[in-house]
Design a protein around this ligand. Structure first.
Ligand code: ME8
Length: 503
């Protein structure tokens, strides 16, 4: 049975556990969470998976440097990623680790399927390998002899390995790209992949000799080799969908609707992974969603520069929802973008404190003062066509534009207060005008809270709670309706959503 349209499966990359989680990991996880929550707003069931990538040379070396066994090491760092995931309030439904037995089973099963398709063979090989990328390079792809991402010279590896016939999939992938013009998103990332396809794909080594590296999943039927970490890692996406474990679950969720990641690993997801799936006779994911890199004050974040931003520090000082809002309001999703505390504070003061926080605060205060603290009588309102545009932006991962729309509405409601001056109207005995204005804003706030829910789930809940909605399951459909806020319902005043920043 084909997968149903009302089921949505999305994934983050599984993060390497060679080091602690940083703001770049948080960025991808929050972006994915925004989409997961938006799909739930649309009424879909969502499977949302994140996790950790725990094998390979890079991790074996990091454990060695710490003087502990690899399993002890990965257990500890993986736990850090799990905690960050909780801290970010992402609505994940599974956290996968590549050292779990279910994953070993899935990785071996897809290997066997590719082998049965005649796509795996053994040969002696010598190549330049960047351990930080866990990837072979050919001379022409290096920048003056160093890896273009890590700026380090690759190591020369020489051994007998298993190879995957990636070259065989050049033509099928071209056809697939032709038939699915939105497969890799956005378009500029798609073009890069097309370019590589035009040049033709080369077969790649997909195993390592146990003598050189034992920290990996054993190759089925050959104890002297373990799988190449990317062959193992990519498979996590089907492991978490029940491959090799639960057929019914697999049919429910596979193919994935979106794999989300940074641009440096696009190639693995858009070319190698689909080729592996084609080889195993499995359907391909619907979309590969590629975003840019976060920089810090204009520079690439790196340990050696000492400018790595720790998500915990930002959350501690400004609150989680501020962090979530800032990342997707300030930076266009897809392009590279700069994280700056100065810009974050500016957004906090203007958009959050001044625009949204104040709107909620003064509307609730005026309702208490002029309408005995209950929702005034209902006013007919216009169905706002902005929500159709909001939906279109969200579906295209245009989070910045979606937030801009919401803020236009927020500012419009603030202007309505300034224009209608309910305090003056009340003095002049125009109570029904006051009621009309306040109802328009309160019902508007209900819409705003729902539209903000994917981005700022706690703030949305707080706004809805002030409007008297408790344990409310927000749905996109209710953005298309006016008048759901019932008159007579008492408002529940609360402290400011975004209090002034203290030094
Ligand atoms: O590549 N800006 O893991 P990884 C934006 N294990 N995003 C960033 C970022 C930054 N500065 N830094 C990291 C791996 N990211 C593999 C993936 S998947 C089968 C295997 C995010 O720990 C971004 O999503 O190096 C990037 O692609 C990912 O973290 C890399 O995480």
């Amino acid at each position: 049975m084909p997968k149903r349209d009302d089921h949505y499966y999305l994934t983050t990359p599984i993060y390497y556990v060679n080091d602690v989680a940083h703001v770049g990991h948080a960025y991808t996880s929050i972006a994915s969470d925004i989409m997961a929550r938006f799909q739930r707003l649309l009424g879909k069931q969502v499977h949302f998976v994140t996790g950790t990538d725990e094998h390979g040379q890079k991790i074996a070396r990091a454990a060695e440097a710490r003087g502990v066994g690899p399993q002890t090491f990965v257990d500890e760092i993986s736990e850090g990623f799990r905690e960050l995931n909780k801290k970010l309030n992402t609505s994940t439904t599974d956290f996968i680790r590549t050292t779990e037995p279910r994953h070993l089973k899935a990785a071996q099963k897809i290997w066997e399927a590719a082998n049965a398709a005649g796509d795996i063979y053994k040969k002696s090989y010598e190549g330049l390998y960047c351990v930080s990328c866990e990837q072979f390079y050919i001379e022409k792809d290096l920048n003056d002899g160093v890896c273009p991402i890590h700026l380090k010279a690759p190591e020369l590896l020489q051994e007998e390995n298993y190879f995957f016939k990636l070259s065989k999939y050049t033509e099928p992938l071209k056809k697939y790209f032709d038939a699915h013009p939105d497969f890799v998103y956005p378009q500029n990332r798609q073009k890069e992949m097309r370019q590589i396809l035009e040049e033709g794909l080369d077969d790649i080594s997909i195993s390592r000799s146990v003598e050189k590296l034992s920290w990996g999943i054993p190759v089925p039927g050959d104890d002297t080799q373990v799988m190449y970490v990317w062959f193992d890692a990519l498979t996590n996406y089907i492991t978490a969908a029940g491959y090799a474990d639960d057929e019914k679950f697999f049919d429910t969720w596979w193919p994935a609707d979106a794999h989300v990641m940074g641009k440096e690993i696009n190639r693995f997801h858009s070319l190698l992974w689909p080729a592996m799936l084609l080889s195993a006779g499995l359907p391909l994911p619907k979309q590969i969603v590629v975003h840019g890199w976060l920089t810090a004050d204009g520079q690439k974040m790196s340990k050696s520069i000492g400018n790595v931003i720790k998500p915990y520090d930002v959350i501690e000082k400004y609150g989680l929802d501020t962090f979530r809002y800032f990342l997707f309001r300030e930076l266009p999703f897809g392009s590279d973008g700069d994280f700056s505390f100065a810009k974050l504070e500016q957004r906090y003061r203007s958009d959050l404190g001044n625009d949204l926080g104040n709107l909620v605060m003064r509307t609730v205060a005026m309702t208490q003062k002029f309408c005995a603290g209950v929702v005034p009588s209902e006013t007919s309102g216009d169905h706002e066509e902005i929500w159709d545009r909001y939906r279109a932006h969200m579906e295209r991962w245009e989070f910045q534009s979606a937030l801009e729309l919401v803020w236009e509405y927020v500012r419009g409601l603030n202007q309505l207060i300034d224009h209608e001056k309910p305090w003056a109207a009340e003095k002049e005995g125009r109570h029904s005008d006051v009621e009309k204005t306040l109802y328009t804003i309160l019902e508007g706030l209900r819409h705003i809270a729902i539209a903000l829910q994917p981005f700022m789930p706690e703030t949305a809940d707080k706004i809805l709670a002030q409007l008297g909605f408790e344990y409310f399951n927000p749905q996109f459909d209710t953005l298309q309706e006016w008048g759901l806020l019932k008159s007579g319902v008492p408002l529940i005043a609360a402290p400011p959503l975004f209090p002034p920043l203290t030094e």
